[in-house]
Design a protein around this ligand. Structure first.
Ligand SMILES: NC(=O)c1ccc[n+]([C@@H]2O[C@H](COP(=O)([O-])OP(=O)(O)OC[C@H]3O[C@@H](n4cnc5c(N)ncnc54)[C@H](O)[C@@H]3O)[C@@H](O)[C@H]2O)c1
Length: 346
């Protein structure tokens, strides 16, 4: 395989461009072509990220260019069809969360990628957050005993544009709730058995204002998750309570809280300041354009590094298509439970 992989981008909006800049920082990719029906967005990706050619139509790009892999970062309704086109064309695909609008569509994408023999990775970036990596390591080393209960949430300000349109896959549950659900599934590591949800929806057509849900797992763990666009703030939290202590990580903070009856050094409530360096791979240059902070660029670069590693080493990526489907199964169940007022078995 060549030293550098040839990449294309489908969906040249803000996240597509951030990921492309992070990809460039890995030093392992050539940014060949980008596609977006919005010409301004595609041209921005050429200017800001260094793509050589811009297309209005992704299918045309896939037909014309010799690409090894693509990043798919469209509006939610187009993620699955665009990723389907990419894997059918034999390209490895990194698809942004939530990957599809339903678990059934997510499964079709996984099956198509398997048939084509290409890698499929889903953009659950929070798994690359240094504090969350350390939290998972501590959990796995038994620092708080057996996991019993998880409380997690992510709040976001009012969602406008396509993110306020249910037909395009908008709403806080799809947009940020998907991240939180993936985090919960990751730390619990058991199969989900039942979901019960309260979904607050101002009118039939609108996206939900908030969704609060309970997930019961096969091994007995219960998780409570809250996601909302009502409070205006952008807070996120993950609390894991175990038989021998507790761990807490807050979104955007590099402090991890721990209290442990298992490890003497954490017997009293302790704040661990988590540096990025041991957890995120080095990047070879400063970002081309300053985006939302070097930590996020490095997290996205870590995602891209893992995706490239999965392709080169022929191994599964850190966040697989099946991980994406498991999140969508919960989201399907949340919407169903919200409609019916009943728990939904999985
Ligand atoms: N993992 C993260 O940290 C993170 C952060 C923000 C957004 N995201 C995800 O990234 C994706 C994009 O979000 P965004 O904020 O960049 O939105 P955006 O509106 O800025 O960009 C989406 C772009 O996709 C384009 N598009 C729509 N249909 C297309 C098609 N068929 N082919 C090509 N382009 C098409 C639109 O014209 C637009 O330019 C979403 O899935 C979102 O959830 C992930």
């Amino acid at each position: 395989m060549a030293d550098r992989l040839r990449f294309g981008l489908i969906g040249s909006g803000s996240q597509g461009r951030y990921l492309s800049q992070a990809l460039a920082l890995t030093g392992q990719a050539d940014l060949v072509a980008c596609a977006d029906p919005n010409e301004e967005a595609a041209q921005k990706a050429v200017r800001e990220c260094g793509y050589e050619t811009a297309y209005a139509d992704a299918e045309e790009m896939l037909g014309q260019e010799e690409l090894d892999a693509v990043i798919v970062a469209t509006t939610h309704d187009q993620l699955q069809p665009a990723a389907m086109a990419a894997v059918r064309a034999g390209k490895h695909a990194f698809v942004e969360k939530p990957m599809a609008l339903t678990a059934a569509d997510g499964r079709k994408l996984v099956a198509e990628a398997d048939r084509a023999g290409v890698k499929l990775m889903v953009g659950y970036t929070l798994r690359f957050m240094p504090e969350r990596i350390l939290l998972k390591k501590l959990l796995d080393s038994g620092a708080i005993g057996d996991t019993c209960h998880v409380i997690a949430g992510q709040l976001i300000g009012h969602l406008g544009g396509w993110l306020g349109d249910s037909a395009r896959g908008g709403g806080p549950l799809m947009y940020v709730g998907s991240h939180v659900i993936d985090q919960v599934l990751w730390v619990v590591g058991q199969s989900a058995r039942r979901v019960f949800a309260e979904v607050e929806r101002p009118s039939k057509e609108d996206v939900e204002a908030a969704a609060s849900l309970t997930i019961q797992f096969e091994g007995g763990v219960v998780a409570q998750v809250c996601t909302s666009q009502k409070m205006g703030g952008r807070y996120g939290w993950l609390d894991v309570i175990g038989s021998g202590g507790r761990l807490r990580s807050e979104w955007e903070s590099n402090v991890l809280y721990i209290e442990s009856r298992e490890f003497d050094s954490y017997r009293h409530p302790t704040e661990i300041e988590v540096p990025a360096d041991p957890y995120l791979p080095p990047v070879v240059a400063e970002p081309i354009v300053s985006v939302t902070g070097i930590k996020y660029v490095r997290m996205w670069a870590a995602e891209m590094t893992d995706f490239i590693g999965a392709i080169r080493e022929d191994r599964p990526p850190a966040t697989t298509g099946d991980d994406g489907v498991r999140v969508l199964e919960i989201i399907d169940a949340v919407f169903k439970s919200g409609r019916t007022g009943r728990p939904v078995g999985l």
